[in-house]
Design a protein around this ligand. Structure first.
Ligand SMILES: C[S@@+](CC[C@H](N)C(=O)[O-])C[C@H]1O[C@@H](n2cnc3c(N)ncnc32)[C@H](O)[C@@H]1O
Length: 244
């Protein structure tokens, strides 16, 4: 997609493309128990916030960041250079479902708010052969956290029909032949880190937006407003899993 694509115009310059924080990534890395010269892939890395956290937290790690959208990877490379971390980073413009990793070559696969593109079960099955012995996968995904789902929120999330709750994700993990080692619900502030800059960017673009861009901006504004109204009904959860 070109950079004049209205979706990418909206998202240009954002440092996170999903609910998250450095603290959450650090907690997740802690839950995985990895240390030392870890070979890690950040699948669907976007502009690479998680990769940067991992490079800092794991000073011997080699990180390969994978995304379909090349400009995100350029942003990540620039940020890694500026932080003196680029020598342990490789970026790969590729489909994360088939990104060219050798079998058994990864100690950790991290995937923050991107696994829904492949589907949890499909993604885990595809990644399993890539794991070295003892290797783990950590991913985050949107989950329902109430029994009675508000109708407005349910309509919005129809764009992700496979969305389930925490127990439902654990079941999917088990069906894919994995065991959940740890899981937790991300704090609400992780949404502010994503929706705050997204809402501000939408507002800034609005005065000069043509009709196509306006529709994209409305989608973003709807996402922000929905979380304000119904943010107690859904959350992002992190799941650390390993082959059963
Ligand atoms: C919601 S964003 C999350 C980005 C990043 N992990 C973060 O939390 O900021 C999802 C990312 O997945 C990427 N993506 C979607 N499908 C993909 C695929 N099949 N292979 C690689 N990347 C993909 C998108 O380009 C986007 O950067």
């Amino acid at each position: 997609m070109s950079e004049t694509n209205p979706i990418f115009r909206l998202h240009q310059g954002l440092l996170r493309e999903g609910p998250g924080s450095d603290e959450t990534t650090l907690r997740t890395l802690g839950e995985t128990g990895v240390s030392g010269p870890v070979r890690m892939a950040d699948m669907g890395c976007g502009p690479g916030a998680a990769s940067l956290v991992a490079l800092r937290a794991l000073p011997e790690a080699q990180v390969t960041a994978v995304d379909l959208h090349a400009p995100y990877l350029q942003t990540l490379e620039q940020r890694a250079h500026a932080a003196g971390l680029a020598d342990r980073l490789e970026t790969r413009v590729a489909d994360m479902g088939d990104a060219g990793f050798e079998e058994g070559s990864l100690d950790l696969i991290l995937c923050e708010s991107a696994l829904y593109f492949l589907g949890i079960e499909e993604g885990l099955r595809r990644w399993r052969p890539l794991l070295a012995p003892g290797g783990r996968i950590a991913f985050s995904d949107a989950i329902w956290i109430v029994k009675e789902r508000p109708e407005e929120a349910e309509i919005f999330w129809m764009e992700y029909p496979a969305m389930t709750n925490r127990a439902g994700v654990r079941e999917k993990v088990a069906r894919a032949g994995f065991r959940t080692v740890a899981d937790y619900v991300q704090p609400k502030s992780d949404w502010d880190n994503y929706l705050g800059p997204l809402g501000a960017r939408a507002e800034a673009l609005r005065p000069d937006a043509d009709e196509t861009l306006r529709q994209v901006l409305e989608g973003a504004e709807q996402e922000v407003a929905l979380f304000r109204r119904w943010g107690s009904a859904y959350a992002y959860g992190v799941f650390v899993v390993e082959p059963a």
